[in-house]
Design a protein around this ligand. Structure first.
Ligand code: DON
Length: 597
């Protein structure tokens, strides 16, 4: 009954904003009483936040706010913020619980990018906790004996795709730089839920059932997700004593407990002995791993600074290019129903993706025109290409100020429902935007010490060369695979106005750019901007969110020359609008909430 109600509201909230108001009107007091039952016992505040999301409304707060993909994780972060912790402290608590209750998406075995606005200094900086390729990896890691690329899942499932996890190091680095709370105290919810049991959410249960063959290839993974041979079901209480033990060790000894000693040995053994597809991760890779602080990449849009994660992510550069090109077009006047607005957004995106394919990779390994790609003059020149009436017949990379062009590698990475985004604003006014992932849903499917290992290395190009020239995003030892993750903080006159990000593979860039446009140009509140139906164009095909009003764009966009594709577009946007008050939004396509006080 509840699920049916929730599904109906979700369908409504996915339609254009006017329809979200109908959803708001449709919430009955009886319905609200049931809200959140699928997550086990939730606080009144969390249930109210969930009801607001289902009604298509933002949550409001004066002091602090946290938005993430699962109510139990949000509650852990809220406790830390309520007790005076910073956004960095709260992130540690949120991530520790997400790794337990949403294991398919992110966790200790994965990687993350974090953008930080420091209220004290007014500075924006980033932390790179991206996985690294093992030192024994070579550019042919994902090729067969003939030099041909492996099939995607032949590469993903097993040890071959596992990069050195970065999330534990990033959690610790963020806490050391910006935390205030006692480190060990940040893991209490994760430990209690892992030992006492948590309620399996509908989404986790559905995804386990849908991935049964792959998950059951490895005995440890099968034992956890298929106890007694049956898939865990929504509403089951699941314990994870191994996770409690790992987290307790990290709480007591720091991230070193993960990167050295017996936990590290178990990770390495799991990767190197994975049946049928072993990998080359070593104890040295783990011992050497470091999260790296890097300057934020910012682009100007409507007199705002849109700041995010530079290389090895392509997120902020590609989004910055899209928004920078659109800055000279009046999207506000066109409005969200205008096919012309979507032509401009779609072709700006295609132009940006052409540059992404040619230039963007880990800049520690590959020279990159990072500043040139978002230079206003260059973007103005690219924006002039958008002046026609129809879809651009052809799109090619441009020539930003720089002269090292590498060969373009087409990158239509396959998208599966994983990855998670966390947005937090604390009572001091610090803002944190972090996208966290194990890449594919359930990552490599290898389960060790209570968590899943990532398959992030499949974000590298499987081909190492084309026409005799190297591909920028090829595998190299120690290198970080190119990402699309786009944790973002939008600032106006130096102060944050929007903290946002999403999962979605390379569609992340389109999801976040669209929400920024909806909020900035179309005046939508944060919840409306997240719930709005998606239209995403990366490489030419226009993806429109099936079953929503976005389908109305199919005819006019086809007439303009686009190939249109109706499909699910499962983002997981979580955002906080910072103004007189804090207003939080959570993607109606996922299970999360925004909670504040
Ligand atoms: O770093 C990246 O861009 C990807 N590994 C993120 C994966 C993802 O978002 C999967 N999505 N739904």
């Amino acid at each position: 009954m509840l699920r049916r109600t929730a599904t109906a509201l979700l369908a409504l909230a996915l339609a254009w904003p006017a329809v979200a108001q109908e959803a708001a009107d449709a919430v009955t007091p009886e319905g609200a009483a049931d809200v959140g039952a699928e997550f086990g016992p939730l606080s009144e505040a969390a249930r109210t936040a969930l009801a607001a999301k289902q009604a298509g409304e933002p949550t409001e707060a004066q002091g602090w706010m946290v938005a993430a993909a699962n109510p139990l994780a949000v509650e852990a972060g809220a406790r830390v913020l309520r007790e005076g912790g910073t956004a960095a402290d709260a992130m540690v608590a949120v991530q520790a619980v997400l790794g337990l209750v949403e294991p398919q998406s992110s966790g200790l075995g994965g990687g993350a990018f974090l953008v930080w606005y420091d209220a004290g200094s007014g500075e924006v900086t980033t932390l790179d906790g991206r996985e690294t390729a093992p030192l024994e990896a070579t550019p042919t890691l994902f090729q067969n004996e003939n030099g041909e690329p492996l099939g995607f899942f032949d590469a993903v499932v097993g040890g071959r795709s596992v990069g050195t996890p970065g999330t534990p190091a990033l959690m610790q680095a963020a806490h050391e730089k910006w935390g205030r709370a006692d480190w060990a105290s940040l893991f209490s919810e994760a430990i209690a839920l892992a030992e006492g049991g948590f309620t399996v959410s509908p989404r986790l249960a559905d995804l386990v059932a849908g991935d049964a063959d792959r998950l059951q290839r490895f005995p440890a993974t099968a034992r956890y997700f298929f106890p007694g041979g049956q898939p865990i079901a929504a509403g089951d209480t699941l314990t994870n004593p191994a996770y409690a033990d790992t987290v307790r060790r990290i709480a007591a000894e720091g991230a070193e407990a993960f990167y050295t000693g017996d936990i590290a040995s178990d990770i390495v053994a799991t990767v190197r002995t994975a049946a049928g597809n072993p990998g080359v991760l070593s104890r040295t890779d783990l011992a050497l791993y470091e999260a790296v602080e890097r300057p934020a990449v910012c682009a100007e849009y409507r007199e705002r600074d849109v700041c995010g994660m530079g290389p090895p992510s392509s997120g902020a550069l590609t989004m910055g290019q899209i928004l920078g090109m659109l800055d000279s077009y009046d999207l506000a006047a066109l409005g969200p129903d205008s096919p012309e607005a979507w032509r401009l957004i779609g072709d700006a995106s295609r132009l940006a993706f052409a540059d992404r394919g040619l230039y963007m990779a880990d800049s520690d390994f590959v020279p990159m025109p990072t500043q040139g790609l978002v230079a206003p003059d260059y973007l103005a020149e690219r924006a002039r290409l958008l002046q026609g009436d129809d879809a651009l017949p052809e799109v090619a990379p441009g020539s930003p100020e720089w002269d090292h062009a590498q060969l373009w590698a087409p990158d239509e990475s396959i998208e599966f429902p994983s990855t998670s985004h966390i947005s937090i604003v604390d009572a001091d006014g610090n803002a944190l935007s972090m996208t966290t992932t194990i890449e594919n849903g359930f990552g490599s499917r290898l389960f060790v010490r209570g968590f899943l290992l990532n398959n992030e290395l499949t974000d590298f190009s499987f081909r190492s060369h084309a026409d005799g020239r190297p591909i920028a995003n090829r595998v190299e030892p120690g290198k970080r695979p190119r990402s699309s993750m786009s944790p973002t903080i939008v600032l106006h006159e130096g102060k944050p106005t929007l903290v946002i990000g999403s999962p979605g593979g390379s569609r992340i860039i389109g999801y976040v750019a669209q929400a920024v446009i909806a909020h900035t140009d179309w005046g939508m509140d944060v919840q409306q901007a997240l719930a709005m139906p998606h239209a995403v164009n990366r490489f030419g095909t226009y993806d429109l969110e099936a079953g929503t009003d976005a389908e109305a764009l199919a005819e006019p966009l086809t007439a303009m020359g686009y190939e249109v594709n109706l499909r699910d577009l499962t983002s997981g946007l979580h955002a906080i609008e910072v103004g007189e008050t804090l207003r939080g939004g959570a993607d109606p396509r996922r299970e999360g909430i925004a909670l504040g006080e």
